[in-house]
Structures are given as C-alpha cells and as structure tokens.
Design a binder for this molecule. Structure first.
Ligand SMILES: [Fe+2]
Length: 350
C-alpha cells in the first residue's frame, strides 16, 4: 500500500482505503479502480493524498468519458468567451455534440452513469452537458428524426447561454433573488436567443428552443407565457431535463434532491409545468439510479445499483457491498427497494 499525493495518482490505480470527506461523507470506496472522473472528483474536493494498492489495472480510455469531457470543455470555452465578448467558434462544440448524439442513438444508456457529476465549481457547464444528454435520450424515445435530435442537442447544451450576460453578482448570489434581480435573471432566455442568432451556423429553431426553455405547460412560465403546444417541442423536452438535473445538484442555497425525489417532484408537476406525455417519456427513458452507481442507504448499508430504467429505476434492486458502521459484509446480498418500502437511498457515493 502506498500513500500518494493527488498529482501522482493515475487512472488504473486501485484504492487501498476509503476516501472520506471532512464531514464524514464517503467519496470513494476501498477497492475502486481510479477512473478519470474519479480524479476530477478528488481534485474538486481538494483531497491531498490517497492510499493505493501495489497492483495496477490497465484501463482502456473509455470513449464516452472522453466525449463527455470534450463536451464539458467545449461548452465551458464557449460560455467563457461569450461572457468577455470574445469571438467564438461553435464548430468544435457542434462536432462533439454530434458525436454525443451518435453514441446515444446507438445506446441510450451510454452516458447515463456520467451524468450527475457534482462539482460545485463547474456546475454550470456540467449541467449544460447533462441537460443535453437527458434531452437526446428523451428525443430518441419520442422517435424524433436524427437531424431534429442534433438540433435539439445543440439547443440543450446552449440553453443557458444567455446567463453569460447576467451580472455575476446576480448569477452567483447565494440567497433568494429580489424581484428586480429575478427580472434580470429571466432575461437570459431572450439574450440566449440573441446570442444564438448571432452565432454562424445555428438555426432559428435552436434560438427558439433556447428562448422558450422556461415556458411552462400551463402558461405560467417566461419570457412570454406560452401554453401547451404553442411551446416548441424541443423547449418542452429541455425544460424537463433542465429542472430534473438542477434539482439533483447541491447549490449554495439548498441541499440537493436525491434523484428519486427529483423524479417524484417532476411527476407531481405533471400538467402544470410540463407536457404530460413528454414527462412520462422522460421518466420511462432515463435511469434515475444508473447501473453500477454506488449508493448509501438509510440503513447504513452501501450498495451497488443493479440494471434498471424508467420508473423501476426510482427504487432499483441493489447489491449491498459494505456497511458504513457495524459488521463487514462478506458476501454481497441483494435488496429490492420496491419490495422494501422502508429502505431508501440517502446519498450517492459515486
Ligand atoms: Fe435557464
């Protein structure tokens, strides 16, 4: 076993001890093989060192991880350039987004385990990528045409581009916004449309979806208050993906919802905020708890999620691998959360 400072830790190394945060939360478990996204996580939480085993596992570069991080880096560059009024080239972002669409059209679960990386500093950009993934998965389930899906994917990743024009003190304000500040914030829909219209190579349709992503099914949204089918189909999809992903993130002003709670929230907003058919397709298509995520249960048991999707994935079957306190688990055992209503997920470890 070695104690290694973070800058010497590499993909393929095996953790010899749990990585635990100062507040007692478990970040990664003993036995996990380090992947690029775990490195990002360790950096985000400023972990100074970890203990690793002698043995190393050769892991191939997983192509979806590369595409995901390309998408993240590209949208970050675009948004940062627009904030400082620099010229941007949208072509690289377009290529990566098309690559992402291509992967999802082949296998809609391919990026599911990568969504929900919750790095507070990079939240804005990770959120854009996740909204794009959820929107494409839903569009595929709705049997939209490939070209329409590509257009929707660009709109989804750019949906909050107008926030680059919102002053940072309002954008990052930890507390509740005043009415005036909220009015400024709401303008991100219209400025987003203007920005998209000025970027070469993006269609009017993309600008329209960006503009309408806060419209609500019952007409109570903004900027116009459009209702039902007057809202573009793409905007009806993006708005669901946006709210779901935003709820599952920790923000400065509130603790995050667990994914099953976010899904329950969406279902409770049926017919008011969201198009009921698309909401149903969304819930049926995503994996609320993706396969192989590691979760902490209210019983103190730590478990790996077994494959499922849709409503079933809100209360999946899990395989218990260890306990936080108490006796060790020698043989993993299964719990079906649907058959055990008193057991539920209280935290996501990875
Ligand atoms: Fe927005």
């Amino acid at each position: 076993m070695h104690k290694l400072p973070l800058h010497q830790v590499e993909s393929g190394m095996k953790l010899a001890q749990d990585v635990i945060l100062d507040d007692g939360r478990i970040l990664l478990l003993k036995g996990f093989i380090i992947k690029p996204r775990y490195l990002q996580k360790l950096e985000a939480y400023k972990i100074p060192f970890v203990f690793v085993e002698e043995e190393r596992i050769a892991i191939e570069e997983i192509s979806e991880e590369r595409v995901y991080s390309d998408a993240f880096n590209n949208i970050k560059t675009v948004m940062e350039s627009i904030r400082i009024d620099q010229n941007v080239n949208i072509d690289t972002l377009k290529q990566t987004v098309n690559e992402m669409v291509h992967h999802i059209l082949n296998d809609d679960m391919v990026f599911m385990a990568l969504t929900g990386i919750r790095d507070i500093d990079n939240y804005t950009f990770l959120h854009c990528v996740d909204v794009c993934i959820y929107s494409v998965v839903t569009a595929k389930a709705l049997h939209m045409r490939d070209e329409e899906i590509q257009e929707l994917a660009m709109a989804a990743i750019l949906h909050d581009i107008g926030k680059c024009k919102v002053p940072l003190d309002i954008l990052n304000k930890p507390g509740k916004l005043t009415n005036d500040e909220f009015d400024v914030m709401k303008r991100h829909t219209l400025s987003g449309m203007d920005i998209v219209n000025q970027l070469p190579g993006l269609s009017k349709k993309i600008a329209k979806i960006v503009c309408q992503h806060h419209e609500k099914w019952d007409g109570s949204g903004y900027p116009v208050g459009l209702k039902n089918y007057d809202i573009d189909l793409g905007a009806r999809i993006v708005s669901i993906a946006d709210v779901y992903d935003a709820l599952t993130a920790n923000r400065v002003y509130r603790k995050r919802y667990m994914p099953h709670e976010a899904a329950e929230y969406l279902m409770a907003q049926n017919e008011s905020q969201f198009d009921p058919n698309i909401m149903k397709t969304f819930i049926d298509s995503i994996a609320v708890y993706p396969q192989d995520s590691v979760v902490l249960l209210n019983t103190g048991e730590i478990a790996r999620v077994l494959p499922s999707r849709g409503v079933l994935s809100m209360r999946p079957r899990v395989s218990v691998i260890t306990r936080r306190n108490g006796p060790p688990v020698f043989e993993p055992y299964e719990i079906d959360l649907r058959k055990n209503p008193t057991v539920f997920v209280v935290d996501i470890i990875s």
